[in-house]
Design a protein around this ligand. Structure first.
Ligand code: NIG
Ligand code: FE
Length: 401
């Protein structure tokens, strides 16, 4: 008998607004371009990729047809910052914050204790639940960090578990100094740059460090990123979250793909990002929401020419949302982004922050990762905040939600 792979092409037509982030009329697009949208559009997915997009009236035939009935179609969200490998929860810490206590990085240690005590299957099922939440809300690519293990064995299992759900795995042994290393930061940094890195590097793509008072200083952050790079990992960084500091400068010096948080920026930081030629500023509006911090001004970055991404930072402490639609709405309302800028930042911007060219846009040849909104335009993500508008999700051309 002759077995043949019967792939089925799909035409989604009658799309009210198709956000492509790809130049119109380009024959093939190999990476995200600026925000771009087509009215009365159609798109064809074939063999897991975008095969065609354009005006619905000119659409070619396909094996299957979906009628979008005027709804909007967008690239799937690319969430470039999430901490999903953990056990326990910190709802009481959030409630205390809302009653007036400040956020402090110290809370991380309680999640470290719960994570170390958890069996693999508990961590795995937490991870699957959060990844499922993300997918249902339109996130088709996400990054996932370690950082709640902080022993060689617990960090190694964290990156291994993360690798079961995403290729975008980040080694964050330098999240905080664990209690057993109190008073001996240098010895912990040696472990992070030595035995722990060796155990984690084969399962990770990225190295990250929390550069902040109460976590790691500039020299320690430089050492962690340099050791990670020597082990084949690419740098990214938690920078300027809790106050002004050296994180952004360290990121730019290191040629990091992204400096994340950027809540407290000086003019020098903004200039450095603008001149960096590639370090994305990843804003995490859910964190400002959940810690009652001031929101950074995205317009200040955009008008300086900085590439801005938006991500969730989903974690049990500073921000326990997995919802990119919420982050888009917050970025529009609280960070002065236009709806187009925020949607671009949550798709193409995330792709830039992960150095990915195949996602974050719907140019011909891009991965067939897209979402349909129960709404006529991308603007509804901010216009109707809190409403579950994502009504269909396709990943690699397959309908998954
Ligand atoms: O990105 N800033 C450091 N890490 C996380 C928070 C982790 C936690 O509070 O558990 C963040 O906000
Ligand atoms: Fe984070």
């Amino acid at each position: 008998m002759l077995w043949q792979y019967a792939h089925v092409s799909l035409l989604i037509t009658n799309i009210g607004e198709l956000v492509t982030n790809a130049p119109r009329d380009a024959v093939s697009v190999s990476s995200p371009g600026p925000f771009e949208a087509i009215a009365d559009a159609a798109i064809v997915l074939d063999a897991g990729l975008v095969a065609w997009s354009g005006p619905a009236a000119e659409a070619p035939a396909a094996d299957e047809v979906v009628d979008a009935a005027g709804r909007a179609v967008l690239p799937g969200f690319v969430d470039s910052h999430a901490h999903l490998v953990f056990a326990g929860e910190r709802g009481a810490e959030f409630a205390a914050r809302m009653a007036g206590l400040p956020y402090s990085a110290g809370g991380i240690r309680s999640t470290v204790a719960a994570t170390r005590a958890a069996r693999d299957d508990v961590l795995r099922s937490n991870l699957a639940r959060l990844a499922g939440e993300m997918l249902a809300q339109g996130t088709t690519t996400f990054e996932c960090k370690s950082g709640y293990g902080l022993t060689v064995a617990d960090e190694a299992r964290s990156v291994t578990l993360a690798g079961e759900v995403t290729p975008e795995v980040t080694y964050l042994g330098a999240h905080v100094v664990p209690a057993e290393f109190d008073g001996d930061v240098a010895r912990y940094v040696d472990l992070v740059c030595g035995e722990m890195l060796a155990a984690c590097a084969p399962s990770a793509k990225w190295v990250d460090v929390f550069c902040e008072d109460g976590a790691f200083g500039a020299d320690e952050a430089r050492a962690v990123l340099a050791a990670g790079e020597a082990a084949g990992l690419q740098p990214r960084i938690h920078a300027n979250q809790l106050g002004p500091g050296p994180g952004v400068q360290v990121a730019v010096e290191a040629g990091a793909a992204s400096a994340d948080h950027c809540t407290f920026l000086s003019d020098t930081d903004v200039d450095a990002l603008a001149a960096s030629g590639g370090t994305v500023a990843t804003l995490l509006p859910g964190v400002e929401f959940s810690t009652r911090s001031p929101y950074p001004d995205a317009q200040r970055l955009l008008s300086a020419g900085v590439t801005v991404a938006i991500a969730s930072d989903c974690n049990p402490g500073s921000c326990f949302t997995s919802s990119m639609p919420l982050c888009v709405a917050l970025a529009v309302r609280e960070m002065r982004m236009t709806t187009a800028e925020a949607v671009w930042a949550a798709t193409a911007g995330g792709a830039r922050a992960l150095r990915r060219t195949d996602v974050g846009h719907l140019g011909t040849g891009a991965r067939g990762d897209l979402i349909m909104l129960d709404a006529p335009s991308h603007a509804y993500l901010a216009y109707r905040p809190g409403v579950p508008l994502v009504t269909g999700v396709w990943r690699s051309g397959e309908r998954v939600a």
